[in-house]
Design a protein around this ligand. Sequence first.
Ligand SMILES: [Ca+2]
Ligand SMILES: [Ca+2]
Length: 187
Amino acid sequence: MKRTWSCWLLVAISVPASGQLPVDTCPPAPLIQSFPFILNAETTVGAVDNYNLASAGTCAGGGTQVPGTGNGPDVVLHFVTAKSCTLSINLFPFAGIDLALYAVTNCAALASTCSRVSDASAAGGGEVLNFTVSPLVDYWVIVDGSSGGSGGYGFNIVENPPGQGCLGIFVDGFERGSTANWSVTVG
Ligand SMILES: [Ca+2]
Ligand SMILES: [Ca+2]
């Protein structure tokens, strides 16, 4: 029995927690569970080109975009915060890779629900989104290609400033679509 337990523990530690890896399309991208959220080495190679911000229009929340912003393979990350807070979302393409970054609240209406876009840097350059999020709203962060680019990248989402408690106790672990069932009585 002792050997069996040791094997189970090893497997539990080595498998990434669900909800913390990018997926190809918005629903059903699972929720990010904690900030800071950090990916050191992912790739858009092999992903499907589902979204194209430049074709959709101009990002409502502003930022830098060009005609080629989003016309490459894309992957999606998803979070919901418990409170209004300010975030910094950072993308670090590997050398020679030209990627773009944007955040939307509705993947079927990219431009009109776009919180912020960054496609300011040339190949290999970083992109950053700094903006304030509203509580209990689905945010979809899309790592996309610029001018057809695809490749490896690092990525993080950090509270800026840190310590805001953005995700809170109400978000961790619950499934979106059930928020209408939540109620809090004080006093
Ligand atoms: Ca995709
Ligand atoms: Ca795309």
